[in-house]
Design a protein around this ligand. Structure first.
Ligand code: SF4
Ligand code: SF4
Length: 126
């Protein structure tokens, strides 16, 4: 799943420089796609994550770097956007065509090997 920023965000900006995919933008700022095209901000008021650019840090770290630095723990797995490791590493390859990613990924490059990784909370029965 892509990571999302919740409404608890205090706009401190700590997460933005930590993202290996430049998937995090300040509220109101346009985001740039891999092909260089610019797109309207997803949030006007709060920092936001572009789901098409977020790999949950797969390919780079064993945990989400935005979540690791966020002082209010508002970078969380998106319960509505669950994605497999394979999908996420393919995204990383497209975002970084000049970078070689080892296969299989060693534990330090994928949160899927991290026993402490955040998981989508179980949904309550309706
Ligand atoms: Fe960027 Fe990783 Fe956070 Fe996704 S989880 S927005 S890739 S720092
Ligand atoms: Fe918002 Fe957390 Fe990022 Fe700070 S680190 S801008 S509080 S999401």
């Amino acid at each position: 799943m892509a990571t999302i920023i919740t409404e608890e965000c205090i706009n401190c900006g700590a997460c933005e420089p930590e993202c290996p995919n430049t998937a995090i933008y300040e509220g109101g700022v346009q985001w740039e796609a891999a092909d260089g095209s610019m797109h309207d901000a997803i949030s006007e008021d709060l920092y936001y994550i572009v789901p098409h650019k977020c790999t949950e840090c797969v390919g780079f770290f064993d945990q989400e770097q935005c979540a690791a630095v966020c002082p209010v723990d508002c970078c969380v797995p998106d319960p509505n956007n669950s994605e497999a490791e394979e999908t996420l590493i393919e995204r990383a390859k497209k975002l970084h065509p000049d970078k070689a990613f080892p296969s299989p990924l060693p534990p330090e490059l994928t949160l899927f090997s991290n026993p402490n990784r955040q998981r989508v909370p179980a949904r309550r029965p309706d």
